[in-house]
Design a protein around this ligand. Sequence first.
Ligand code: KG4
Ligand code: ZN
Length: 361
Amino acid sequence: MNDHSEQGILNQSMEKAKYYPYTGGVVLGIETSCDETGIALYHGQRGLLAHTVYSQTELHSRYGGVVPELASRDHVRKTLPLIHALLDEAGLPASAIGGVAYTVGPGLVGALLVGAAVGRSLAWAWQVPAIGVHHMEGHLLAPMLEDNPPRLPFVALLVSGGHTLLVQVAEIGHYRILGESVDDAVGEAFDKAAKLLGLGYPGGPALARLAEQGDPQRFHFPRPMTDRPGLDFSFSGLKTHTLNTRQAIGASPQNDADIARAFEEAVVDTLLIKCRRALRHTGYRGLIISGGVGANRRLRARLSAMGAAEAIDVYYPRPVWCTDNGAMIAYAGYRRLLAGQQDEPIIQARPRWSLEELPAI
Ligand code: KG4
Ligand code: ZN
């Protein structure tokens, strides 16, 4: 019931002023959950207008991994200038922005807060709605940016530095986690194995490059948790296996390449076995792969071959949209803004947040 007292009317109008409807227009996407500052401009009819990613790799490489405080500070330095530069590049005035989307979680809390503070404040100043996006929903929707978007329903294999998830996607916004890693995420396992082989940070792409020179027949690493039913993963044992093998045979360029190849084969095979299981379990005939490790060439080739042999439609975004980027956040935000969703005008981060908690679209 409406309160017609002076205070009541004031409260109601303040409440209303907190929210602005999404009336179309370009969505600005901001990704700052880890060590990449990703910015993008997405329009419902015209698609992706512009995007840019600034990687902090160089900043963290001398420490062998991401230093959270340095990551936050660099996002503070980069986010606003990158937004200005991207608007200039696209030839758009700020008034073209109809909504702002930023990654609100999961991720590093300080890094997330930078994107949330910048995104929320710009939306407030521009009087447009803002929405906090789930980073893994961004990865999950990234294949939708491609010309041949996946058809629903599908199984999603999301493989990043922080997560390994098999998700049943009946519709956008409605996610059921079928399996996840009980220890290291697959990207983390790549990074740690790479470190053991003396490769720099980030290790995943470096290990994959080294594996190209390796002999696939020389070592056979275990395929963890494939000998029992279920869709969960465990990758920390492969790291130990990497270390033990290297200690046993000694380091040399060829030994290291052979170990890298055995590691990569084991990871790819394990992911493939579990994807196949998830497809059988759901009866779905579509599979999408996304997240940083989704850029791995051997994984893409093996899953595509499985799809061709078993009449499964396999989709993955181009490599730059597998790794962290602003485009996927702009797109996920656009879908939710279009559905009438938006966030309160408060600046918050959700460093731990399950995909299953998301509201339907
Ligand atoms: O999705 P992402 O960019 O960031 C997170 O959300 O974590 O994923 C980064 C992870 C890192 O662990 C990186 O080593 C791994 O993805 N990665 C790869 C490849 N490219 C990136 N792993 C294996 N092969 C690659 N080509
Ligand atoms: Zn990611």
